[in-house]
Design a protein around this ligand. Structure first.
Ligand SMILES: Cc1cc2nc3c(=O)[nH]c(=O)nc-3n(C[C@H](O)[C@H](O)[C@H](O)COP(=O)(O)OP(=O)(O)OC[C@H]3O[C@@H](n4cnc5c(N)ncnc54)[C@H](O)[C@@H]3O)c2cc1C
Length: 396
């Protein structure tokens, strides 16, 4: 078995892994970023919609962007429409081209000094006295095994993450905490090019929602997610999507199909162990109400890279030292994930009639100060202060 040594090995070159690698390399660390697939960003498993807040973590390269969006239009089960936009803002978010975006982030990591290696799959964590001390990996081309020693292992290996388990962190997901998704990239479709559209309804997408995210040139990501616990036989995400697309775009052309899962459990109990950190979907850093995780992956990656650099400087890779990561991400976006989880649980408890009543109370256009869940909640309460009371009554 070949042996190699780095300060940090990052497993998975999605947004979480690339930003962690970039940040750690910028702080002068010797970083290896490995990706099992031959091409970073492929296959795409994402609706590709992000808010403009992404600019906090990276300078946006317009080649990564398919379409700028002005807001969202959400439809209740009976079709009641709620339009959300931001005061004075022409563009509040983007529909990305993740094939290009993910590669762009990996390039930034490489430019900062990280070594990036594709076709390299981790299959275990090197354990030394209760500390993760690297990973065992296999290069899929040469079928060669490598022991990659490192002071810190970063699990950025997405929803199917194994790194956490190998390192002793319980990342088990209950079926009820997973959304199974299907998405078609469609062309020759007439869509609203300025707004992302979201559709609720038990018949349409039980325990989930459907979406149409415009990609320009009469193309769009058309997809949906349903609760994995209600998926069965010929009632799986693909069947619901076929029905949705058949109704909306009978003459549209399907250019690509994609199937994937989103963890909606809220964060894992602990995201650090001795010599190990979990970031992005591997840490379940996904907003449980929207299913969005790109921003959290990047924000977590930035914090992780910074904390790892300090740990290397202090030559302390204990869980206690790495907890700074845990404290910082909880401070930065822990509350948002918690609020998302609570809201998801409330929404799942509503019948279609209750959800319709909720949409009726908000029908029309809502203009918020910024494109965030917090601003949305404020606006909802401002428009209809009794709504929270009503919601509580609906549930209990
Ligand atoms: C259908 C769908 C729609 C979505 N839509 C949106 C959206 O519109 N907006 C949004 O913000 N979020 C969305 N998400 C969520 C978003 O895609 C994820 O939150 C985001 O990609 C998380 O980034 P990550 O880097 O943690 O993981 P990933 O992007 O999944 O990257 C993990 C990487 O690790 C690699 N890997 C895994 N195991 C190994 C191994 N053993 N060795 C080496 N490499 C490995 C994988 O190949 C992969 O490249 C969606 C998800 C799905 C499934």
């Amino acid at each position: 078995m070949n042996e190699e040594k780095y300060d940090v090995v990052v497993v998975g070159a999605g947004p979480a892994g690339s930003i962690t690698a970039k940040t750690a390399a910028e702080r002068g660390l010797d970083v290896l970023l490995i990706e099992r697939n031959p091409e970073i960003g492929v296959p795409v498993k994402c609706g590709e919609c992000v808010s403009k807040e992404i600019g906090r973590f990276v300078d946006i390269d317009r080649r990564w962007v398919c379409a700028g969006i002005r807001g969202t239009i959400t439809y209740g089960p009976d079709g009641t429409k709620v339009i959300l936009s931001v005061e004075g803002a022409e563009e509040v978010g983007y529909v990305l081209e993740r094939r290009i975006f993910d590669k762009g982030l990996a390039q930034e990591a490489a430019r900062a000094g990280a070594e990036v290696r594709v076709k390299t799959q981790a299959y275990g964590v090197v354990n030394d006295g209760g500390y993760a001390k690297g990973v065992y990996a296999r290069t899929t081309e040469a079928e060669a095994d490598i022991r990659i020693s490192a002071d810190v292992v970063v699990g950025a290996d997405g929803v199917e993450s194994r790194v956490g388990k190998w390192g002793g962190i319980d990342t088990t997901l209950r079926l009820a905490d997973v959304a199974t998704c299907a998405q078609f990239l469609m062309c020759d479709v007439e869509v609203n090019n300025e707004y992302c559209e979201i559709f609720f309804g038990d018949d349409l997408a039980p325990k989930g929602y459907a979406w149409i995210f415009p990609k320009g040139d009469h193309c769009a990501n058309v997809g949906l997610g349903i609760g994995a616990d209600v998926s069965s036989g010929n009632h799986c995400a693909r069947d619901y999507l076929n029905a949705f697309v058949g109704g909306k775009f009978p003459n549209g052309k399907i250019i690509a199909e994609m199937y994937g899962a989103v963890p909606l459990s809220g964060p894992v109990y602990e995201t650090v162990a001795n010599g190990l950190i979990l970031v992005g979907d591997a840490a379940r850093h996904v907003n449980p109400i929207t299913g969005g995780g790109i921003l959290e992956a990047m924000q977590g990656g930035e914090i992780a890279g910074d904390v790892i650099a300090k740990a290397v400087q202090e030559n302390d890779f204990s869980k206690r030292r790495l907890r700074e990561y845990e404290k910082r991400w909880r401070k930065e976006f822990g509350k948002v994930l918690k609020a998302g989880l609570n809201t998801k649980n409330i929404v799942l408890g509503l019948s279609s009639q209750d959800l319709n009543r909720f949409f009726h109370a908000l029908e029309g256009e809502m203009i918020t100060k910024e494109f965030s869940n917090r601003a949305l909640l404020k606006e909802i309460i401002k428009r209809n202060p009794r709504i929270l009371f009503k919601l509580v009554r609906m549930i209990f």
